[in-house]
Design a protein around this ligand. Structure first.
Ligand code: 5GP
Length: 111
């Protein structure tokens, strides 16, 4: 079971900000911005690169959830959405997740 499945099943505590049938969102334990929320599908797709055509609706849903959480967090000034994929992308948890970062100006390009 992935770390994020254990969080979804309540085995590891987390600060949830959103839940529905397909996805959850909770605050990152090491926030990189005033708002740093992880949007995670309940189904443990390993990574974006492991997704397939049949995942299209779920992937779209995750973006809609990001936008909803951003509204709830009051990120009217803008925000960034990040998916780290694989070793070069800096992915550390093998369960697809979208980082929602906001609450301050964010530099570009990322490191
Ligand atoms: P990745 O590096 O895979 O893109 O992102 C994984 C994220 O999960 C990191 O930002 C990391 O801080 C966060 N994280 C790791 N362990 C935990 C945990 O136990 N609880 C929470 N809420 N976040 C975690």
């Amino acid at each position: 079971m992935t770390l994020f499945e254990r969080i979804i099943h309540g085995e590891i505590p987390a600060s949830f900000v959103y839940e529905d049938d397909l996805a959850v969102a909770f605050r990152d334990i090491h926030p990189q911005a005033p708002t740093h929320v992880l949007v995670v599908p309940r189904r443990p797709i390993t990574s974006l690169s492991a997704s397939r055509g049949e995942d299209a609706a779920l992937l779209g849903h995750l973006l809609v959830v990001v936008a909803e959480v951003a509204r709830r967090e009051g990120l009217g000034g803008g925000y960034r959405v990040v998916i780290n994929d694989g070793a070069h992308g800096g992915q550390t948890v093998p369960h697809l997740h979208l980082h929602l970062l906001g609450g301050r100006g964010l530099g570009w390009p990322p490191g």
